[in-house]
Design a protein around this ligand. Structure first.
Ligand code: 5GP
Length: 123
């Protein structure tokens, strides 16, 4: 069974990609099986080394908005791609807009080792 940590890797990690094209999100949302039904409205992929993303859990405690668990914010901006469902897009034709950004990311972490399990957002 897929752990929450594995699910985080599948849905959010893409360290080896530095340049993305306009079709990146449509390709990746399908390839990583994150579209969902109905189509997942927003999903973020992170283009940084895994160890740098895992390190976020060890520092940078910040308050969470909606969850009870601890949130952790990266100490530096990270390269991310924001995938956003286009208006009027209906499952199974989930059509995404691809936006590359550099932002601080916020995750929740769990377990031992204490690793990212949920992508909360970016600021
Ligand atoms: P907006 O930018 O449209 O105001 O809000 C987008 C929302 O999606 C934000 O709350 C942001 O934190 C959230 N978000 C961005 N990427 C992801 C993701 O990969 N997974 C989840 N669950 N939420 C995300």
């Amino acid at each position: 069974k897929e752990t929450q940590a594995d699910e985080f890797l599948r849905q959010h990690m893409d360290p080896d990609t530095s340049k993305v094209t306009a079709s990146y999100c449509n390709t990746m949302m399908k390839l990583r099986n994150v579209m969902g039904e109905p189509c997942k409205p927003v999903n973020t992929f992170i283009h940084e080394p895994l160890r740098d993303v895992q390190a976020i859990c060890l520092k940078g405690d910040v308050p969470c908005k909606n969850t009870k668990s601890d949130c952790h914010q990266s100490s530096s901006k990270m390269r991310i791609t924001d995938c956003r469902l286009k208006k009027g897009s209906i499952y199974p034709q989930c059509d995404y807009e691809t936006q590359q950004k550099r932002k601080y990311i916020i995750v929740t972490c769990e377990g031992n080792p204490y690793v990212p399990v949920h992508f909360v957002g970016s600021v």
